[in-house]
Every structure is written in structure tokens, then in C-alpha cells.
Design a protein around this ligand. Sequence first.
Ligand code: GLC
Length: 473
Amino acid sequence: MLPMKITHVVAEIYPLAAVGGYSKVVEALTEKQSEESTVNVITPYYSTIPSAIKRRISDIVSVSIKDNGEIMIIEYAILKVSKNKTIFLIHNKDYYQYRTNVYGYTDDANRWAYLSYSALKLVEAGIIETDIIHTHDWHTGILQNFKDQYFPNLNISIVFTIHNLKFQAMFDHRSSDLQNYDKYQGLYDYKSTQLQKLNFLKRAIKYADRCVFVSKGYMDEVLSGINDELLLPILTKQKKNLSYVLNGVDQAFNPLDCNIYSKYDKHTFVKKNQNKEFLQKKLKLIVSNQVALICFVGRLTEQKGISLLIEILPVILRNSNAQFVLLGGGDSNYLPRLREIEKEFKGRVYIYGKSDFDIAPQVFASSDLCLVPSIFEPCGIVPMEAQIFGCEPIVHSTGGLKDTTIDYNLDKLKATGFVFKNNDKDNFVFIISQALELYQNKSEWQKIVTNAMSQDFSWDKSALEYMKIYYLH
Ligand code: GLC
């Protein structure tokens, strides 16, 4: 396909800012796209960008651009990532530099609106040349509405990726009154506090040229009224503008290229044992490669099914000799109970209590099973990453999770993991017990591991799907 000029507008891109899985998706997708196309990324200049990266960022440039008869000054710096990939960091002391977090401020609507508006201004002024604009999640949702209303002559289409419908605006759409839920009346400039009453995500769905879900499973679920977060009416209306593209995993994320104790591939996966022993020693767990090591990697949030995890963990640990490692930060309310379990099963449980993308490869490389009991999941990168490392996922049958794991109980020959239907304690315990039993059957286990490690989760196919979508518009 012919190369294009592509511009992403995002709140997060790994490793500059990484709160959730979406930052890694943006990083990997833009890497893949830049192999052939010219890729720009527009994102805030956070003060929290790691200092090794900061050193490579240019000085701040200031441009004056006509705006409604006035002059708007936009400041930005440039990070040249590679020949074809450039990150434009929008500089604004009040909105980004003076903040220690990416999200969670009372003026978030204005902070994201400013990012969206500046991005459109830079494109309109020709400072950033592009054939297509690609936005992500509610933070950049108002961009499509701004373009429609304030940039009528800007002939560039917008593709909007829905990573999660749960977050739509600054208010909780499930408990807000109708006026707040947004009937599309009015639009305000990026400084107006009225913006806080608008539903950015809903407006993106209305005004984007195409909306892309991150898995077929999630799209189908949502269009049948499950996990639709009250958006079924607008989604049904816009049905012809909807597509899905399954996320991929960065091609460097594999047990040969990542920084792990003992590198391996599907032919040498027995080296997982060396990795397991290494991690067990490091975390002061009982050292044994005979016991199954189970992991959970992900954010500590309700969405990820942490309550269920906490409920079943003691049962599993009491009834087996398995070990458990949790790598993830987020809602610290979960931590005290997790620490109790860690104490009760000393030498068998380790809770990192923070997320760390650098440690994740070693955890996957050492573990045999990965638990993913998400209540809902638009895509879910973790089970894909786990499979690449020959760590078998046990996933709840929801959204994208059911698209990426082939269930042992459905197809024993092709199985890459386990899928459980009803997200309750009994079902979850049952399926983990089944997996632990199977783990003892080395030849059967080897088959599942090999299947998992043979899956293609690269961005090749998915990046091409996005190109096809860009070309349609
Ligand atoms: C969000 C979703 C997750 C998805 C990720 C990347 O974090 O909750 O399911 O994998 O975005 O698209």
C-alpha cells in the first residue's frame, strides 16, 4: 500500500507517558506505520517524561497562529524518534508541565480540548502535514467536533479508535442527568468550563469519519447492547462508520529480544524453568520448577476483575502448591488485602503493587499461567503478551479476550489457553484447577505452550487494516 502521512493525537504514548495499555498500542502501531509512512504524534509535553528521553527533545518553538481574528500562540517541542516518526510535544505550563499525573484534574476537559485544538491549528497552518488524523479515546474525542465546527475548510478525515467506552467525559454518564449526558447542543472554546458538561466520546462517535473498536468481540458485544455504556443508540445510528482492528503487540516484545534472565523461543521453551528459578530467587519465593507459577499483570481496577481475583486466590493457594506473582498498580484500596494474602502464603506469593513495563517480560517468561478475569475488556494486550512468552492465559469470555485465546475446552488440539464463561468464583476456581492439573501432564502442556508461542500477534496485519481504513476516507 502507498505510504501516507499519518498524524496521531494522543494523551499517552509509551515510554513518554504510560498509564494504561493504550500507550503501548499507540507506540507499537506508530512504530509499525513508520516503517513505510510518515508518522507524527501530537501529545502533551509532560514534566514527567523520563529524563533520558527529555535529553533528546528539542528546544521549545513558539508559533503565532491566527485564530478567530485573534492570535493564538502555540508552543511545542520536537522529539525525532526515527527518520519517519516525529513526536510533537505541546507545551503548556498550566495544563501539562505543572501536573504530576496524566489524568485526574478538575480541568481535564480543557486540558484535552487544548491538545485537540492546538493539533488542528498546527495542521491547518501547515506546520504538521498530514493525510489523515487518528485520535484515541475520549481525551481526543472533542477534536472531531472542533474540526466539524471551527475548521470547515480542513479537508482531512479523522479516524477515532475506541479503546474503552467506559470513560466518556468528566462526569459519570451512568448517573448524570440527560442535559449533562449531552444532546450535542453547543460547543465551547477550549478555555470554557462549559466543556466539562460535554460528552467527548459521544461526540467523537457522532463526528468522526470512522470509529474503530480494538477487537471484533468487543464491537459485537457492544452492538448487541452488552457493555455499551448507554451508547447503543448513537452507535446504531453510525453503524456504517464502525469497524474493528484487533490490537497487536510490539514485535520486540518476545522472549528472544526482551531483557530476561534466559532467552528462549518455542523450541527451547524449557528455559522458562531457568527464568522461573531466577524470579523465585529474586522474589524470595520457594525455588522449585515443579510448581506452577501463576501471574496477574495489569491495572488494579474494578474492570480487571480484581475483587474476584482476591476472592479466589486463597482458595487456589490452599488447595495446590502453586505460586502467585502480581505486577500492577492502580487502585491502592486493593493492596491491603493482597498484602495479607502475601503474608499468609509467605514464600509463595509476591505482590509488586506497582506497574512496571520493564519487569513484565521477566514475569511472563517465568510464569506458566496468567489470570485475566476482566469484567469487560475491549481488547486486552496481556493475554497476547503472555502467549508470546508461553505463559497460558486463563481469560473471562468477554470482548477481545475471547478473540485472542483458543480455549482448551473447545479445541484441545489448537488450544492456547483457557476461557471461562461465567465470571464467578466457582467457575474461575474450577478452570484454574483444571489448568493446574493439566500442567502436571508435561506432554499435553508442551502442546498448549507451543500453540500459544506460534500465534501471530504482530502488528503486520492490523496496521494494514488501519491503512485500508485510512484509504477509504
Ligand atoms: C484500554 C482497554 C484495553 C485495551 C487497551 C488498548 O486500556 O481497556 O482492553 O487493550 O485500551 O486498546
